[in-house]
Design a protein around this ligand. Structure first.
Ligand SMILES: *Cc1c(COP(=O)(O)O)cnc(C)c1O
Length: 832
């Protein structure tokens, strides 16, 4: 280290907190280690060093964070508020280093302290505050919002226990509690002075106020306090550092003992327990929502805190309540925050005493809704008795919104009771239920789907009546993912090659990758491209060996399907192909087959028996195939446990083939498909979700297409689908199903997979058997392409080259222009 650097550093004490060079970082780490954590370097554990580095990186974000907050409070600019029950943000240290541009300096600083940066990065706990795609989308959007300098806040729930950790024991998924906060979270700032109260239960009463107006009084059974926990979300090489504000629940601090008799003391303690339970645990997807009172309480809790926070900011800005929708544009990530429609009305009418019509105008103008699913079982509804007992006043408001809305419908379609029943917010067939998608559609200014196909189907199916009524309200914004995390951070080898080839501007303008088209036939370039992929596969192979003890060959075709385990995503279709291929290889009947390594990853909802069985099938196949000496060098099957963002960062860059094989019409968009594409994997997929657009961009010749279209799926389903016929007409499929049924992949146990085989032969709701033959043929084309390395590499390059559309920067720009009407604001660090 140069003497003058040390001199100036000593003169300027602040440098240890803000300086970006390696020496300032080194001193910052030592400062934090000794003064904040009270550890001496001599006894510091790797985790201590990780924490010290994380605090030192956070220190370097604070000036930007403060300047960003001050700018938003002081000026009358509009703020986009992204409400989501999930934010799957992944580890923060690496991303913050990359966005600050100090990764190399941090590496040098830690080396000077005898520490390896990569080892420290590996220590960070994953904040698993989401299930999968929807939560990861919210996180990618926060990265793009900050990078594009859009004034914005993310609002959600600070779950004490995120999505469970998955272990595989005896081939089965075992759920383990995710104690991500156990060793502390250096990125979070708790703000006890930013807190709001949220009411639950009790009764409502009508009363006349001093001015003679009729007012509704809600006397709740209990109050829960929500405290803000903030995480800085720094943009890439900009000053904008936005806030992710997650609410944690606390008991209302002192219950006044004088208000209670002795018996009620225990009641009061019980109330405290309930309040503290509220933000404890994230609910896994794909489980019946019915009866999950706590889940509804979580939704209302975070939505109410967030809206109250916006009202407070409006007051701080000195803006009148009538300007709410000018100051805030609120995006609802699926229906999970849809109670915002009723809660904003309640805050405006009951608390701010606005007339109903004025409040409705504000609410409708402020809110927008993103739909994420067409699957009927995933459309959110709540039984009326449960809803009423927990949220009596919001329910009254929903009734009133519905009453006025249906009045409009009756005027527009006189005598058409069927339309009224279909569009009502209350489903009256059977036990009465609230339809949250209807509440969102009526209460929001804009509704969007997440890929072209999905947005079109949305207008034809679940929201058809509404699309006819208000066509101008419907939009499409195709999802995107951040190239900072999923390319620059997780695929540094590729990033370097791209920098060299097209310049480093691709990181914030991904369409510049188009320039790679010119290199797709350049042998020297293709050689470098293959070397990058080979190194990534080598790295993943080592992790696979460490975690599963399975040794894979990095020169085999890495055929990867990672995503939540679900019947509609059809991991079992992939499994059927593997068995078929295995049989062909055993009889040497598939000479053209490429050596393959099939890699799976994904969690199943704890209560979703069929999904768990699908995991067992995959691990069962892996056990047989990997122990068959005849398969050495030809076929391997891996189930990589605990698929999360941290693991994903090693997996996507190592893929040759991306499995996107959902039943057409069922996957709203997918975002994993985009991450694979950016990293040069070629997709084998159906015309579903964003696959359609991926193929459009990549070109038909650079995409392996198979399967029924969404329209054909509809027809087959309606015309009396007989899955068993497909098995009768295809000897290989029959043999494959028989092997499973005979216990070949369950150590002779014929019972284990019976439900799965019977389901496929008898109902097969996701048309696995109908698509099997075409899938197998398509996989043969994949093998043929692999045999020609120049051709394969060309396809790989062209996939990355044409992935520009799938940057979340493009998606966020579209939200800003079409839906939010909001523009970037440069953050000035020298304001003060
Ligand atoms: C991207 C991502 C997903 C979504 O994957 P799909 O293939 O779109 O379902 C799920 N989980 C994690 C950890 C991800 O990074």
């Amino acid at each position: 280290m140069a003497a003058d650097t040390i001199d100036s550093a000593t003169r300027n004490g602040d440098l240890a907190r803000s300086g970006l060079n390696a020496d300032a970082l080194r001193r910052g780490v030592l400062d934090n280690l000794t003064c904040l954590q009270a550890r001496s370097p001599a006894i510091a554990t790797p985790h201590d060093w990780y924490m010290a580095l994380a605090y030192s990186v956070r220190d370097r974000m604070l000036a930007r964070w403060e300047a960003t907050i001050q700018t938003y409070v002081a000026s009358e600019l509009r703020v986009a508020c992204y409400l989501s029950a999930e934010f799957l943000i992944g580890p923060q240290l690496g991303n913050n280093l990359v966005n600050l541009g100090i990764e190399a300096n941090a590496r040098a600083a830690m080396q000077a302290l005898g520490q390896d940066l990569d080892a420290l990065l590996a220590i960070e706990e994953e904040p698993g505050l989401g299930n999968g795609g929807l939560g990861r989308l919210a996180a990618c959007y926060l990265d793009s919002l900050a990078t594009l300098e859009i004034p914005s806040v993310g609002y959600g729930i600070r779950y004490e226990f995120g999505i469970f950790d998955q272990q595989i024991r005896d081939g089965c998924q075992v759920e383990v509690t995710d104690k991500w906060l156990q060793k502390g979270n250096p990125w979070e700032i708790v703000r006890p002075n930013v807190a709001y109260y949220v009411a639950f239960g009790g009764q409502t009463q009508c009363a006349t106020d001093a001015e003679g107006r009729l007012r509704v009084q809600w006397t709740p059974a209990r109050m829960v306090k929500g405290v803000a926990c903030d995480t800085p979300m720094l943009g890439y090489r900009v000053n904008t550092c936005n806030t992710l504000r997650l609410w944690k629940s606390e008991a209302v601090e002192s219950f006044d003992l004088q208000d209670f008799n002795a018996g009620d003391y225990y009641e009061a303690v019980q109330e405290k327990v309930i309040s503290e339970t509220l933000s404890k645990v994230l609910y896994p997807n794909d489980e019946p929502e019915a009866g999950k009172r706590l889940r509804l309480a979580q939704q209302y809790f975070f939505v109410s805190c967030s809206l109250q926070d916006m009202l407070r900011l409006l007051d701080l800005k000195g803006e009148p309540i009538a300007r709410f929708a000018d100051m805030f544009t609120v995006q609802l990530n699926d229906t999970h925050p849809s109670i915002a429609v009723a809660e904003l009305m309640r805050l405006l009418v009951d608390v701010r005493l606005l007339p109903w019509d004025e409040a409705w105008e504000i609410t409708r103008n402020a809110l927008s809704y993103t739909n994420h699913t067409l699957l009927p079982e995933a459309l959110e509804t709540w039984g009326l008795p449960l809803f009423r007992s927990l949220l009596p006043r919001p329910l009254e408001i929903i009734y009133e919104i519905n009453r006025r809305f249906l009045e409009e419908i009756r005027q527009r379609y006189p005598g058409d009771d069927a339309s009224v029943a279909r569009m009502s917010m209350i489903d009256e067939t059977g036990d009465k239920k609230l339809r949250m998608a209807h509440l969102s559609t009526v209460g929001c200014r804009a509704v969007n789907g997440v890929a072209e196909l999905h947005s079109a189907l949305l207008k034809e199916t679940v929201l058809r009546d509404f699309a006819q009524l208000w066509p101008e309200r419907f939009h499409n914004v195709t999802n995107g993912v951040t190239p900072r995390r999923f390319m620059l951070l997780s695929n540094p080898g590729l990033a370097r090659l791209l920098d060299e080839t097209v310049g480093d501007g691709w990181v914030t303008d991904l369409t510049r990758l188009r320039k790679l088209d010119a290199y797709a036939d350049d042998p020297a370039f293709l050689e470098k491209w293959r070397a990058v992929k080979r190194a990534n596969k080598q790295l993943l192979s080592e992790r696979i060996r460490d975690v599963t003890n399975i040794v894979v060959n990095p020169d085999a075709l890495f055929d990867i399907q990672v995503k939540r385990i679900h019947e509609y995503k059809r991991q079992h279709l992939n499994a059927l192909y593997i068995i078929t291929l295995y049989q062909r290889l055993r009889r040497n009947a598939d000479q053209g087959a490429a050596p393959r390594c099939f890699i799976f990853g994904g969690k199943a909802a704890p209560g979703y028996a069929m999904a768990k069985l699908m995991i067992r099938l995959i691990t069962g196949i892996a056990e047989v195939v990997n122990n068959d000496p005849a398969m050495e060098g030809r076929l391997k099957v891996v189930f990589f446990p605990d698929f999360n963002v941290k693991n994903a960062q090693f997996i996507y860059p190592a893929a040759d083939l991306s499995e996107q094989i959902s039943t057409a019409g069922k996957e709203a968009s997918g975002t994993g498909n985009m991450k694979f594409m950016m990293n040069g994997a070629i997709t084998i997929g159906t015309l579903d979700g964003a696959n359609v657009e991926i193929r459009e961009e990549a070109g038909d010749e650079n995409f392996f297409l198979f399967g029924l279209t969404a329209e054909q799926v509809e027809h087959v389903t309606h015309d009396g689908y007989r899955p068993a016929q497909y098995a009768d007409n295809n000897a290989e499929l029959r043999e494959t199903l028989n092997l499973i049924a005979d216990g070949y992949f369950s150590r002779g146990d014929k019972q284990v997979f019976r439900p799965l085989v019977e389901n496929l032969l008898q109902s097969d709701p996701f048309l696995v058997l109908a698509d099997y033959t075409d899938y197998v043929t398509c996989q043969e084309r994949v093998s043929a392409a692999w045999q020609d390395p120049a051709r394969w590499t060309r396809m790989s390059v062209l996939n990355t080259a044409r992935s520009g559309k799938f940057s979340s920067d493009r998606a966020i720009s579209e939200y800003c222009e079409r839906i939010w009407k909001i523009s970037p604001v440069r953050i000035d660090l020298d304001r003060s």
